[in-house]
Design a protein around this ligand. Structure first.
Ligand code: PLP
Length: 545
């Protein structure tokens, strides 16, 4: 493993251990002190810091320095990088001059680069290879380039330390069974041939930038799809294509939120919503979705969280991670809240064509012709084309109230010039004609049968219960906290990974408040799911935290 050394030759882990020794604090004391201050710091994190596997991000580093009463620069960089080094009492600081330094933004220290197969899944925001910096001038330490403090409260733990640990294990030659990523292609869900052929035919015509909103043909097909979903007051100028829904979530939040503006977001959520609202300066206020009521939003809780700073409500329907699909009556109640409090509605409907059991998907925007609504969808899930990167957002309803907001969206859309043009070129093909996904979601289809299997099998494990998902390809089971004595679900995920080489995502990664849930992606074939269930079941027969 490459270890990053400070000027005095110590590693971060060594300095941390020195400081802990000097202050008499053990790992558990740090975890308790963090909990008392409301800082999110699990046992697994601390042990990874102490063993040198991971280096904390800025906010956690500040907490550690404060708790251990040492200078934060000393803790992060060692004595040479700190002009006013304050090592733990009784310790002497090392040499002043530095010949090497390293980027000290949040990062893990990988043993080597992640394998190519992992790179194809999603970016690894926490993993960078340590770099050695040279002094700009002889004797002057190279300045440090830190990540922006705007990222301090931004979390995207779907790819957090547990996934990093799984990658490390794979690099060391261990096979890990991964049930953590909603990426259809690696599980044999291939892009329809017609779509691939149409893209290759049009590739030569896609060399230039397109209109910043997107190709006319793509937006026309999106508009027709929105018309079929009864979205009111549509026009081609307020349909935007993006490099996946992900880009548009960010753009839509950036255009709307002033610092301190509040936005209602579900708990559990797809955490990109909370992350983008936060990055835009907003305050994500979470309303609870009720497991006892098929994971529908708790309407009373939602309304009780509206304040005079609230600007909008976000719904994710069908939902990731719960697989819930909201019925018309629930949507009407949400619209009523938005109407009463003059709020915008953002509806993420990327799984709308993956509903099972004959459940009808209703677009909330179709129920709110008088309100400003933004509806998101794309081809990543329903057409199994996650890698080509194409999504869209459609504005509908009260455009007058959104006049200025639309100007902001246009500015941001123009600034990124356009979305990926080859991917736009296949929207018309994908949205028209035979929908191959329909075969997956009916009896005998893979998604349907795998859903039935995983739901039944999970409920047969003592101490586990799960609501049957109605759409998408995720299930969000509950663990009996008392039975397993679980206080930290990330630790649970890490222990499961170490013992059984099985990777799941813990519930708090979806902004769920209690450490008692986890998410399984049931895209793998049933034989693989059976193997996973056998491992999980055995693990839970002895596991107590
Ligand atoms: N919205 C939800 C609810 C998702 O689950 C995902 C991806 O998992 C996205 C948006 C991002 O989709 P895209 O691939 O279009 O960026």
């Amino acid at each position: 493993m490459e270890i990053e050394l400070s000027g005095d030759g110590t590693t971060f882990a060594e300095r941390l251990k020195e400081a802990m020794q000097a202050s008499g604090m053990k790992q558990v004391d740090l975890v308790n002190a963090a909990a008392a201050q409301g800082v999110k710091l699990g046992k697994s994190y601390v042990s990874q810091y102490v063993t040198g596997k991971t280096i904390p991000r800025a906010d956690i580093l500040n907490f550690l320095a404060e708790a251990l009463a040492v200078d934060v620069d000393w803790l992060r960089d060692g004595p040479s990088a700190s002009q006013v080094a304050n090592p733990p009492a009784g310790l002497t600081s090392g040499p002043e001059a530095l010949s090497t330094a390293a980027d000290c933004s949040e990062r893990d220290v990988p043993e080597s680069a992640p394998p190519a197969s992992d790179l194809s899944d999603l970016p690894e925001p926490r993993t960078t290879t340590p770099t050695l910096a040279r002094p700009a001038k002889e004797g002057t330490p190279m300045r440090q380039f830190k990540k922006s403090s705007k990222l301090d409260h931004v979390l995207y733990d779907v790819r957090g330390p547990v996934v990093d640990e799984a990658n490390r294990m794979e690099q060391a030659g261990t096979h890990v069974l991964k049930l953590n990523i909603g990426n259809p292609a690696p599980f044999g869900f291939r892009t329809p041939d017609e779509v691939v052929q149409d893209m290759s035919r049009q590739l030569v015509d896609c060399e230039g930038y397109s209109n910043s909103h997107g190709l006319f043909s793509a937006r026309k097909a999106i508009m027709q799809y929105a018309q079929l979903k009864h979205l009111p007051n549509l026009d081609m100028d307020t349909i935007y294509t993006g490099n996946g829904v992900s880009e548009l979530i960010q753009l839509s939040m950036m255009a709307l939120l002033e610092n301190g503006d509040e936005i209602l977001i579900p708990s559990p959520d797809y955490p990109l919503w909370t992350a983008c609202a936060t990055l835009a300066g907003g305050k994500a206020v979470h309303y609870v979705c009720d497991e006892q009521a098929d994971w529908y939003p708790d309407i009373a809780d939602m309304e009780s969280k509206v304040t005079d700073r609230t600007k909008a409500i976000v719904i994710i329907n069908p939902n990731n991670p719960t697989g819930a699909v909201y019925p018309r009556e629930v949507l009407e109640e949400i619209v009523e809240i938005a109407r009463r409090h003059q709020l915008m509605i953002f509806s993420d409907e990327i799984y709308d064509r993956l509903c099972m059991d004959g459940v009808e998907h209703v677009s909330i925007a179709s129920l709110a012709p008088d309100l400003p609504c933004v509806t998101f969808s794309g081809l990543s899930k329903s057409h199994m084309i996650a890698g080509y990167r194409i999504g869209w957002m459609v504005l509908s309803g009260n455009k007058h109230a959104m006049k200025d907001y639309i100007e902001g969206l246009n500015m941001l859309s123009n600034m990124r010039l356009c979305s990926n043009v080859p991917a736009q070129s296949i929207v018309q093909t994908a949205l028209g004609g035979h929908q191959s996904v329909n075969d997956y979601i009916v009896p005998g289809g893979r998604v349907y049968e795998q859903r039935n299997y995983i739901w039944k099998a999970l409920n047969e494990i003592p101490g586990v219960s799960a609501v049957k998902p109605k759409a998408a390809f995720y299930i969000f089971p509950k663990l009996d906290r008392e039975r397993f004595n679980i206080t930290n679900d990330e630790q649970f995920a890490l222990d499961l990974l170490h013992d059984k080489k099985l990777l799941i995502t813990c519930g708090t990664g979806f902004n769920w408040g209690e450490p008692d849930h986890f998410r399984i992606v049931y895209l793998p074939r049933q034989e693989v799911l059976e193997e996973a269930i056998a491992k999980l079941s055995d693990f839970l027969s002895y596991y107590r935290q």
